[in-house]
Design a binder for this molecule. Sequence first.
Ligand SMILES: NC(=O)c1ccc[n+]([C@@H]2O[C@H](COP(=O)([O-])OP(=O)(O)OC[C@H]3O[C@@H](n4cnc5c(N)ncnc54)[C@H](OP(=O)(O)O)[C@@H]3O)[C@@H](O)[C@H]2O)c1
Length: 324
Amino acid sequence: MSQARQIVGALVFYGRFAASFSQVGYLVRRLFWPTFRPNFHGQHWLVTGASGGLGRQMVWAALKGGATVTAAARSDIKLGELATAAAAEGLSGLEIERCDFTSMNETRQLIERLSSRGRRIDVLMNNVGVMNDTLSMTAENLEASFASNLLAHYVLTEGLIERGALRRDSAVINITSGGAYSVPLSTALLNITSPTQFNGVVAYAAHKRAQIALTSFWRERHRETGVEFYVMHPGWADTAGVQRSLPRFRKLFKPVLRDARSGADTALWLAAHRPSQPSHELVWFDRKIRAAHAFAYTRATKETPADLANYLASISRSSVRDDK
Ligand SMILES: NC(=O)c1ccc[n+]([C@@H]2O[C@H](COP(=O)([O-])OP(=O)(O)OC[C@H]3O[C@@H](n4cnc5c(N)ncnc54)[C@H](OP(=O)(O)O)[C@@H]3O)[C@@H](O)[C@H]2O)c1
């Protein structure tokens, strides 16, 4: 694509969503929301990517609401800081688990540890997600952002369901991005392992589009389990991830970016309210169901959510073989 077309595309995209996805959209909508004091007593949560940004906010809100929380992230130091900060605020009920979600081996070990303790989960926040500038490959021969943004969510959720570790009335909440609105569903875009073809922004958008499709697939596939599957996007929140991956975007929009609390609001609201929803593809944003597509061209795909699930199942099986 020429640079001029990319610039025009970005202007159309950001122009369309700026008011809604920023703190302005959140503050205006909030005027019409009833007060919300979550009560998560008696629940156990698992939050991935929990040591910073929106994940940390989710951990905090869950602890304050009375839940016990397993916070999973890759840095022992940051997890230690999280535990220290929780203790300093007098928040009990935090358990930390180190897991690098770019590794399917580590993700499976986490599933084993959690299920062997017999702990049953009420809320799974599939939050971990990154946008990488350059291609990074994992020891299991996967493109790293694909591994953490999508495959780990698939492996973790399917693994926990298989072991009966999600309660019958639990909620799985997948954190996608408005970036999903820029691409159609395409398995060919998910695990790009060639340095000349890798584009971090496109890869991220493709993973986020796939999360929307995967959520609608799970709703059908696991209907019998009683688990409710949601997918939400947070708008644009000023987190370390945005600072690292989108410095120019952040500079431009900094005055109107959401704080982590506003970004995490809908995920927490879903966990507290568990609203019913239709089975077709959709996205929750600012406490409402929104369309899964904003532009006609992203509907143009021959692939279905079931094709995506087959693709993830197959690549997840081969990651077990590569690991041996
Ligand atoms: N912020 C936004 O405006 C925005 C917009 C749309 C969607 N989202 C989505 O919201 C989610 C959270 O984003 P964020 O902005 O809060 O990101 P963030 O500030 O980068 O925080 C991500 C968290 O995940 C952890 N993490 C990253 N890679 C990991 C891995 N491989 N294994 C384990 N932990 C890992 C990070 O730990 P380290 O510090 O050790 O890396 C950090 O705790 C993501 O799925 C993102 O795509 C965010």
